[in-house]
Write a new protein. Structure first.
Length: 314
């Protein structure tokens, strides 16, 4: 019987910080990532693939703002921008993964699912935006844009500049999760929960409505992984292992981490918000909810023995 893995693709799997973000850039990156996913497919895993959208959704909003100012086009709310990003990123992943599979004489259906995620409109995150979206700016550029638009910005923890930050409420319920599980267990490769899902809430009984936010894709992916009973949860990022004392002379890579250790490191502030901290919380959510292991690693280490940091119960 095949095992089921949820793989949350990180930023580098789609777009690197030194790239302009052209479709060619993203297709090339996704093709390389898809080649690594073959390791799991050949290891007898069925796959659910999730992905982020931080740079892309920010760029969609910039394009929308320009269209509104220059041509009077209607403004696009953030939930619609997230849906937009799910469509085009899902298409790129689906196409490039299919290309890789055909090149390796493999045949599976690949299905992208537009995914809404229920949130609480009174979540305190709406008063404390932390989720980075869009391109990097200098301090001066970010201050100018903030003054002109009222947007909030935060410094990148790795010193790459400043990015706009938006609310990132806690995901509560993933839509269509039964269908996602049944399709994946039947052997189809499913792409879902793009960008953490389209945030929605009940404006009244039996009436859903979108809301301006970007849900953390790792946290939403961990919730999905628990509910579809995944055997393994991979969180892909741009570093091979989780580190403590990051960017200091005492930096140390971790091969293994219990959830008790992970919680302690979070309390100590070892992991930056908007960067590694949500990934650690997502791993804890999955391990506590499933009893199975989560692995945080870089794309090039996916499927390699002892690759990445394994988060375990004890």
């Amino acid at each position: 019987m095949k095992k089921l893995a949820v793989v949350a693709l990180g930023g580098n799997a789609l777009l690197r910080s030194d790239q302009k973000g052209t479709i060619d850039d993203q297709e090339t990156n996704v093709y390389e990532t898809a080649e690594r996913l073959l390791t799991l497919i050949r290891s007898n895993y069925n796959l659910v693939i999730t992905h982020g959208n931080g740079p892309q959704v920010g760029n969609i909003l910039l394009a929308n703002t320009a269209g509104h100012k220059l041509y009077g086009l209607p403004d696009m709310p953030l939930d619609i921008a997230v849906a937009y990003s799910q469509g085009f990123i899902g298409y790129i992943i689906e196409q490039q993964l299919r290309n890789v599979m055909m090149a390796n004489d493999l045949d599976r259906d690949i299905i992208s699912i537009i995914t809404q995620v229920l949130v609480d409109k009174d979540d305190p995150a709406f008063n404390n935006p932390t989720k980075p979206v869009g391109p990097y700016y200098t301090k001066e550029e970010s201050e100018r844009i903030a003054e002109e638009t009222g947007a909030k910005f935060a410094a990148d923890p790795r010193g790459r500049g400043y990015r706009k930050v938006v609310a990132s409420p806690k995901p509560l319920v993933i839509s269509n999760q039964k269908s996602i599980e049944s399709l994946a267990r039947a052997g189809q490769i499913v792409i879902a929960v793009g960008g953490g899902g389209i945030p929605a809430f009940y404006v009244e009984e039996n009436k859903l409505q979108g809301i301006d936010a970007v849900i953390d894709k790792d946290l939403a992916s961990s919730l999905l992984a628990v509910h579809i009973r995944a055997d393994k949860f991979f969180i892909l990022t741009d570093v091979p292992k989780v580190c403590i004392n990051f960017n200091t002379p005492q930096q140390k890579e971790l091969d293994r981490m219990t959830i008790a250790e992970a919680k302690r490191y979070l309390e100590e502030g070892q992991f930056a918000e908007g960067s590694m901290a949500p990934k650690i919380r997502a791993a804890i959510t999955f391990v506590e909810g499933s009893g199975k292991d989560a692995i945080i690693t870089s794309t090039d280490k996916l499927g390699i023995d002892n690759g990445g940091t394994r988060i375990v119960i004890v």
